[in-house]
Design a protein. Structure first.
Length: 430
């Protein structure tokens, strides 16, 4: 391939063929010479307000060996068919190597072209609303011949001038493969969806412009393996949308488009039920203190021991006091309380056993108070006098309770007569 790059080349001159009203494809004069094919041009239309005619010219094949002296890219008027010459008027470029297909890049300027069209001597001012036709030739020549003759080979593109615009009417680019674009939706939620455009054949490259209700969604997405996707996150619940995917095409694939309708999910309805809740709140009152008292009192206590007794030795028996509860409802900031206990002499008719032979081991079951110290039977007077079963401190909180228990022990003197003895345990709360 021969590649010729032209930078800002102005046209050397141009004549045109006047036609009535606006020119049409049927008004294009026939091509002289041996036409080898289409001269492809980009772009294929434009306005005279622009400075660039086109940016690229190319052919699909080269010239024959007889025409390899060179070639000219010209904008020309086609003379009547009885003429043997076509003037080389708008010279763009000379090409010396023409045995291969030609690909040239511009820009190629319209400046002199416009000037020639507006020449008063032609009777065709650019602004009179009339039209004309023109032909762009890539023409082969021999030995530096500056004229194109019917026997010479050429590639041709015909153009039409309409008012202030121009267009090429028989330009054709490289053959492209037709494509189809299919648009599908997935993962549709209340506010989002994923769009997937599938372009066939999957060799197609380029981009896909996704649109929502006709408006572009962001920038075009690249096609890879025939697939382009986009994810939407700003949709409105329970709303119908019309989405399109416009495939751009590429050098070998035509453009195509697909569409799909999507309705976003609705916000779920909420089922509610209401019931009346009522409560009667009593008038607040300050509790009336009820003082300090023994709220739970012990039951009868039975002491038991071994069924055998040895002469001259002390015999022991034991039992449980049971649970005693102290309730402090004085609601005071200072002070204390003590629960004392004592045992009377145990008697059996005329026989008795002194309370000094009775002792206990207090234990706190629960509450705020403290269990008293253990008293050993037969020592320090035993329980002949008041001994603390439990103690506690005052509190402003109503009904502070303490539960106390105790294991009771009796050591019977060796000389005590046998029999059933009874006595009394007295508890005093102060």
């Amino acid at each position: 391939m021969t590649l010729v790059t032209i930078a800002a080349i102005a046209l050397a001159g141009l004549t045109s063929v006047p036609v009535a009203a606006h020119a049409a494809e049927s008004d294009i004069p026939p091509t002289w010479g041996t036409t080898l094919g289409t001269l492809h041009l980009e772009p294929s239309s434009g306005s005279f307000s622009e400075k660039t005619l086109f940016t690229r010219a190319w052919t699909d094949n080269g010239f024959s060996a007889s025409q390899r002296g060179g070639a000219m890219l010209v904008v020309s008027q086609i003379y009547p068919q009885d003429s043997d010459l076509v003037a080389r008027r708008g010279f763009l470029a000379d090409i010396n190597v023409i045995d291969e297909n030609v690909d040239m890049t511009g820009p190629f300027s319209w400046t002199r072209f416009q000037r020639s069209l507006g020449d008063a001597s032609l009777g065709l001012p650019l602004t009179d609303g009339k039209g004309s036709t023109f032909t762009i030739l890539l023409a082969g020549f021999r030995n530096g011949n500056s004229f194109f003759v019917p026997s010479q080979e050429n590639y041709v593109a015909h153009g039409v001038i309409e008012g202030d615009t121009w267009r090429i009417v028989d330009v054709a680019g490289p053959t492209k493969t037709a494509t189809t674009t299919t648009l599908a939706s997935s993962e549709v939620t209340q506010t989002g969806a994923t769009l997937t455009a599938t372009v066939a054949p999957n060799e197609a490259t380029g981009t896909v412009q996704f649109k929502k209700d006709g408006s572009a969604i962001g920038t075009p997405a690249a096609v890879s393996g025939g697939i382009a996707t986009t994810t939407l996150t700003d949709l409105t619940a329970a709303t119908a949308y019309a989405f399109t995917a416009e495939y751009s095409g590429d050098a070998t694939h035509e453009a195509s488009a697909g569409s799909v309708g999507v309705t976003t999910q609705a916000v779920p309805s909420v089922d509610t039920s209401e019931s009346t809740v009522g409560v009667t709140v009593p008038t607040a009152a300050t509790p009336t203190p009820t003082g300090l008292k023994i709220s739970v009192k012990p039951q009868a206590i039975t002491l038991t021991g071994s069924t055998q007794r040895t002469v001259g030795q002390t015999w022991e028996a034991s039992g449980e006091l049971g649970t005693v509860e102290v309730k402090d409802d004085r609601q005071i900031t200072s002070g204390s309380w003590t629960l004392n206990g004592r045992v009377s002499a145990l008697s059996n008719g005329d026989s008795s056993i002194s309370a000094s032979n009775v002792g206990w081991t207090p234990t706190k079951v629960s509450g705020a108070g403290t269990a008293g110290a253990a008293v050993t039977a037969g020592e320090n007077g035993g329980l002949t006098g008041d001994k603390p079963l439990a103690t506690g401190t005052a509190s402003t909180t109503p009904n502070v309770t303490t539960q106390i228990g105790a294991g009771i022990t009796l050591k019977t003197p060796a000389d005590a007569p046998a029999g059933n003895y009874t006595g009394t345990i007295t508890l005093t709360l102060i």
